[in-house]
Each structure stands twice: as structure tokens, then as C-alpha cells.
Design a protein around this ligand. Structure first.
Ligand SMILES: [Fe+2]
Ligand SMILES: [Fe+2]
Length: 268
């Protein structure tokens, strides 16, 4: 059986997350024999958004495809790169607007890994987020569009709700290699291969400061809860962990062979 391995990393949060990634990824990817690295960059720039400079450094450290989510719009300087880059994604299911008001970027790309094309799809959930286009139908339509070209399909489903994530994964079971959740920044322990051969995990976690509230300052998060005031969140400056999953895909069938959680504490 011919397989490929994809290392998929959760939301990179601020400078601690970037440091952990830039320093730790080359060795980690080598040790895990990852052929493809996908990382979610929506929180990389001070916790909110992404800049071209950080995207470039992510690529230089070994990330092949950058996915994102609801926070990707918060640094406008990324808009041009979203529009021009083939491998920087925003969720596909934002409104389709033509002309001057068009939303920059796209939510899918095909990368070729050891002669095998892999379709990467980025979708966003609608529960406790914006009322976007239906991620289930948008995801299925993309798979159908590229079915004749690709067997291996990886979906980053950036969503809040566990049931929305499980429902989408079961909806696409057998049609894609994996559905991995992002956005909550907390790694779940429910990784499994569904009956149709699609690997699934509700959330792959974050690459960011561990001793924090989803990567943000403990003190501010506690004050926000106590006071109910919308105090500005800042990234917690403390050691970070790289979190994600290692996925193995049968390249002939596109089915998942295995999915394993990955956690590596950074020493910087
Ligand atoms: Fe995030
Ligand atoms: Fe998010």
C-alpha cells in the first residue's frame, strides 16, 4: 500500500506559537516523516489575523498549506496575499460576491505530494459564528468538482460546535480522507476513522502558549469573566506547545489509514 503522511497543526497563536513553530517544525516534520504540513494561521499575528511576513516564515519553516478561519480578516495587509497565493486559504463558504466587493482569496487548493495530488479544503462553521453558506453543501460540491483529479482530500473545518463538526464529518465520510476541526484551540481525544474511511477529530488544538486561556492572557481572561467587560485580549507570553495530528492516507483509495494526536512542548 502506498501512503502519504500529513502533519496538520492547530491555530498558531501569537509570538509564542510562531517561535515554537519556526524552531520546532523542521525536526518534528522530519521525525514524523511528514510529506505534507498544513497549519492554521488565523491567530499568528498577535492573536488576531496573519501578516505576509509571518506567512512567509511559516512557509520557510516547512508549512506547505496555511489554512485559517474567522480571524483571518483582522489584518488587512494579508488581503493581497490571500488573493494571490495558491496555498494560503480562507474558509471557502464566505458569501460569493462578484466585482468590487468580492471577498479576497479562496478556500481550497491542490498540492502535489510525492506525485500525489491532495485537495485541501478550508470551511467555517455557522454555530456561534457568522451565517455563512452551508459548509456541508459547499464542501461536498468541491469534492465533486475535483473527484476525477484527486483521491486524497483533507478538510480543515474551523468551527465551534462539536455536533456541527461531527455532522459535517459524517456527511462527508467516505468522500474525503479527513475532517479535522480547528478554532476552539483545545485538543480533543476523539480521533477516529469513521465507517467510510474518513479520519476525524473534533479539534486538533493550537500551537500556542499552554499556560493561558486558549492562548490569551490568563489575567485578562479572568478579569473578563469577573467583570463581564469586553477587555482587550492579548497573547499570553509563555512557553508554547505544537499541537496537531499526524494523518496517514492510502493514496490509491484516498481513505485514512491512521490518525494520531501530536503534542510537542517547545523549549524556546
Ligand atoms: Fe483560532
Ligand atoms: Fe477561529
Amino acid at each position: 500500500m502506498r501512503t502519504l503522511k500529513a502533519l496538520i497543526l492547530g491555530d498558531i497563536v501569537g509570538q509564542p506559537g510562531c517561535r515554537a513553530l519556526f524552531v520546532g517544525l523542521p525536526d518534528l516534520a522530519h521525525r514524523l516523516a511528514a510529506d505534507l504540513v498544513i497549519a492554521n494561521g488565523e491567530n499568528a499575528a498577535d492573536g488576531f489575523g496573519l501578516t505576509p511576513d509571518i506567512a512567509e516564515r511559516m512557509k520557510a519553516s516547512g508549512v506547505h498549506v496555511i489554512t485559517s478561519g474567522n480571524h483571518v480578516w483582522q489584518k488587512r495587509e494579508i488581503f493581497t496575499l490571500l488573493q494571490t497565493s495558491d496555498t494560503l486559504l480562507r474558509p471557502e463558504n464566505y458569501p460569493v460576491i462578484s466585482g468590487a466587493g468580492a471577498i479576497p482569496g479562496k478556500g481550497h487548493c491542490i498540492v502535489t505530494v510525492r506525485d500525489t495530488p491532495v485537495l485541501v479544503i478550508n470551511l467555517e462553521g455557522r454555530v456561534n459564528l457568522s451565517p455563512l453558506r452551508d459548509p456541508m453543501q459547499v464542501g461536498r460540491a468541491l469534492v465533486k468538482q475535483f473527484r476525477s483529479k484527486v483521491k486524497a482530500v483533507i478538510v480543515d473545518f474551523h468551527a465551534e460546535s462539536v455536533d456541527e463538526k461531527e455532522a459535517l464529518a459524517l456527511f462527508l465520510d467516505g468522500e474525503v480522507s479527513a475532517v479535522v476541526g480547528t478554532h476552539t484551540h483545545v485538543q480533543t481525544a476523539d480521533e477516529r476513522i469513521m465507517p467510510g474511511g474518513t479520519a476525524y477529530i473534533t479539534d486538533i488544538g493550537m500551537t500556542g502558549p499552554v499556560d493561558s486561556v486558549i492562548g490569551m492572557s490568563k489575567e485578562t481572561a479572568i478579569s473578563r469573566s469577573l467583570t463581564q467587560m469586553p477587555l482587550k485580549m492579548e497573547v499570553q507570553n509563555s512557553p508554547a506547545e505544537i499541537q496537531g495530528v499526524l494523518l496517514e492516507i492510502d493514496t490509491t483509495t484516498g481513505k485514512a489509514v491512521s490518525i494520531e494526536r501530536v503534542r510537542q512542548l517547545s523549549t524556546v
